[in-house]
Design a protein around this ligand. Structure first.
Ligand SMILES: [Zn+2]
Length: 115
């Protein structure tokens, strides 16, 4: 039997945990928040208090009573933009090389290094 290949294209995600991002599409469009987690295998990020969904949980020894909890649902990476700390605008990221040959992230608008 041939091994089934994964068909998901993993695009390089330039957004990191604790980055501030703005949502540019969907029901949370225009809102900003802090990245809690990057889900690389799903090309998505979890953003604090954005895209909340209600989850029903059953009573269990670990979660206690059970009931409804709200939690962040992943936002696709193409629907968020990093907010530059210098020009405070939502921006795409470019990669730039430092004098030591290290690749770092930079704001496409003002050129400020983000890393
Ligand atoms: Zn900038």
């Amino acid at each position: 039997m041939p091994i089934k290949k994964r068909t998901i294209d993993v695009v390089p995600i330039e957004i990191k945990k604790n980055d501030k991002v703005e949502v540019i599409a969907g029901k949370e469009k225009g809102k900003t928040g802090k990245v809690l987690k990057v889900l690389r295998d799903r090309n998505s990020v979890l953003v604090e208090k954005l895209n909340m969904i209600k989850r029903h949980t059953r009573p269990s020894p670990t979660s206690g009573q059970g009931g409804i909890v709200e939690k962040e649902a992943p936002l696709h990476i193409s629907n968020v933009l990093l907010i530059c700390g210098k020009c405070t605008e939502a921006t795409r990221i470019k990669k730039t090389q430092t004098g030591e040959g290290k690749w770092v992230r930079a704001c496409k608008k003002c050129g400020e290094l983000i890393d």
